[in-house]
Design a binder for this molecule. Structure first.
Ligand code: NAG
Ligand code: NAG
Ligand code: NAG
Ligand code: NAG
Ligand code: NAG
Ligand code: NAG
Ligand code: NAG
Length: 496
């Protein structure tokens, strides 16, 4: 079946200038290849400061972020901030239609404000298929202290990145797509960059390093779960534990328990999980593929371990059951529909999230977007939106057959990217850019450090401090923070 389509709509929210009083957070990142063997096969993955997944951005509403990115890969690089409003302008968005890529060996500094936002997001490299090799990490935007969160403050915060994974590197994957071949089934599912716990000797080979999440009995943790994979929807569940859904992509939800939740590519969810079991064993944390051939489901199952400090022994026996409708999308769609905004909770501001009445808005324009499986165009495999396939210029959930309507506030002038989240079909051209024009002020100012490329490349000054690209070094050991990802509707749109 064709991969389901996830659209990411990136629109900025506000035109007001940054207030000098808001705090600044500075990050200095080097993006390079590191060697890792998540599924037992040694390969080059993309790390940040030697870490895979990359370091977390843990900030508070309205903070200004300054992220200096040094590109120590052998290819041009851009990072994008999934779901985060690009406060000020699209110049910080980190996609090829609006930003020149950072050449290999160069650095570039992103500066943006997480204005009027709270919640769980992630960043990733937006340059062609780089996310298939890693380079992602969490973005947590905390509430300001004066604004209460709509639940008790959790005892701990755990971030999980779940995602399908190929043993082929991103260059080989690109070569396959360029040659007209779809990627085929992935080789496995990772949780925080690590392969599955050996829950069954005939399914998981020995010697795979898996994620272990250490918890205290009786405590309640906020699990932030992000699907950072290429194209596989994953069902997320924790053996014997309820997942109390509280937030998704910056909106507090009506609090409901789920025993499992489908999390599609690009989606982020927060659950509260209470350690209310007797710890007779450790417990399985599972992310298993949905809507794939039964023969590959065992292989496409990520397994981590939830370890109580008073645990009596290892997890054993079968994994908790997935939904019993592997091929029926109705369960997944209904589950997505069961998720409701909590309209009385505060968001980033003290006023209720529901104080804005969508029903009262005058709709000025309606656009229809149609997605189809990849097809041959001029002899090349391409994917399309409305039969048009996007080709990046050199100068800068929809389940199959379904559709969704998106209401968009075009309240930040600039050029914004609308794309599918599935990495393979995005690479093959499923994206467009929306030019939002402010008729009262159509001037546009380049940031001082704008990069120039393509037709304007003669304007770009050479950088004096080049990095030397080096072969991959081993991934840094850091396993203290765990991140979790979730699944949302079949078709997810972010308004940034
Ligand atoms: C993130 O920042 C908040 C607020 O400063 C802090 O309370 C929390 O412990 C931090 N979380 C992590 C995982 O570092
Ligand atoms: C590159 O990094 C240096 C510091 O290492 C910084 O001074 C400079 O502004 C950065 N260049 C750009 C274009 O951001
Ligand atoms: C919605 O948020 C309010 C305000 O924090 C809270 O009291 C209420 O329990 C929440 N309702 C649900 C269903 O989560
Ligand atoms: C291990 O997996 C195999 C293949 O799916 C299955 O036949 C077998 O029953 C499993 N073993 C246990 C102990 O669950
Ligand atoms: C969710 O499940 C937990 C038990 O795991 C229970 O204590 C709690 O009351 C449930 N919450 C809701 C809103 O159903
Ligand atoms: C712990 O819980 C499991 C599952 O509910 C149960 O089978 C087991 O008997 C319990 N063990 C103890 C020591 O209470
Ligand atoms: C910008 O606005 C001015 C005044 O309305 C108009 O003359 C000009 O053509 C506009 N420029 C562009 C690029 O739209």
């Amino acid at each position: 079946m064709p991969p389901q389509l996830l659209l990411l709509l990136l629109l900025a929210a506000s035109l007001a200038p940054a207030r000098a009083g808001d705090p600044y957070a500075y990050y200095d990142w080097e993006v390079s290849y590191v060697s890792a063997q998540p599924l037992g096969v040694k390969q080059k993955v993309i790390g940040i400061n030697g870490q895979f997944p990359g370091p977390a951005l843990n900030v508070t509403t309205n903070w200004n972020l300054v992220v200096n990115v040094r590109n120590a890969l052998d290819e041009p690089l851009l990072l994008t901030w999934n779901g985060v409003q690009q406060r000020k302008t699209a110049w910080q968005d980190g996609v090829l239609g609006t930003n020149c890529a950072i050449p290999a060996g160069w650095n570039w500094t992103y500066t943006f404000q997480v204005k009027d936002q709270v919640g769980s997001f992630f960043y990733f490299p937006s340059t062609p298929l780089h996310r298939a090799a890693g380079g992602y990490g969490g973005i947590t935007i905390n509430n300001r202290e004066v604004i209460p969160i709509p639940f008790g403050f959790p005892d701990g915060d755990i971030t999980l990145f779940i995602g399908d994974w190929y043993n082929r590197d991103h260059k080989e994957l690109r070569k396959a797509l360029d040659g007209g071949t779809l990627l085929g089934a992935p080789d496995g599912v990772l949780i925080n960059g690590l392969g599955p716990y050996q829950y069954n000797e005939s399914v998981v080979p020995p010697g795979i390093v898996y994620e272990r999440i250490n918890v205290e009995p009786g405590k309640t943790y906020r699990f932030r779960v992000h699907n950072v994979g290429v194209s596989t929807s994953l069902n997320f569940r924790i053996q014997n534990h309820n997942l109390l859904l509280v937030e998704t992509e910056g909106s507090y939800t009506s609090q409901q328990n789920y025993t499992n939740l489908d999390i599609h590519v690009g989606q982020s969810y927060s659950f509260l999980v209470t350690m209310d079991q007797n710890a007779s064993t450790d417990y399985y944390v599972v992310a298993s593929a949905r809507f794939v051939d039964a023969a590959v489901v065992d292989k496409l199952t990520g397994v981590a371990i939830l370890h109580y400090s008073n645990s009596q022994g290892p997890a054993s026996g079968p994994l908790p059951d997935p939904p019993n409708d592997q091929y029926d999308t109705a369960f997944s769609i209904n589950q997505a529909r069961s998720i409701r905004w909590n309209v009385t909770a505060s968001g980033a501001r003290p006023n209720p999230q529901g104080s804005f009445h969508y029903g009262d808005i005058t709709v000025t324009d309606v656009y229809l977007l149609q997605s189809r499986p990849p097809e041959l165009i001029d002899g090349k495999l391409r994917s399309t939106l409305n039969e048009i396939s996007y080709v990046a210029p050199s100068t800068p959930l929809v389940f199959p057959g379904a559709w969704t309507a998106i209401l968009v506030f075009l309240d930040n002038a600039g050029i914004w990217n609308l794309r599918v989240q599935n990495l393979d079909t995005w690479y093959l051209g499923q994206e467009v850019y929306i030019n939002v024009v402010n008729p009262e002020d159509n001037s546009s100012t380049l940031p001082d450090n704008a990069m120039f490329c393509g037709a304007l490349s003669s304007l770009q000054k050479e950088q004096s401090h080049r990095f030397i690209y080096s072969e991959a070094s081993p991934v840094a050991q850091w396993r203290n923070t765990v991140s979790l990802l979730f699944l949302l509707s079949s078709f997810t749109i972010w308004l940034q």
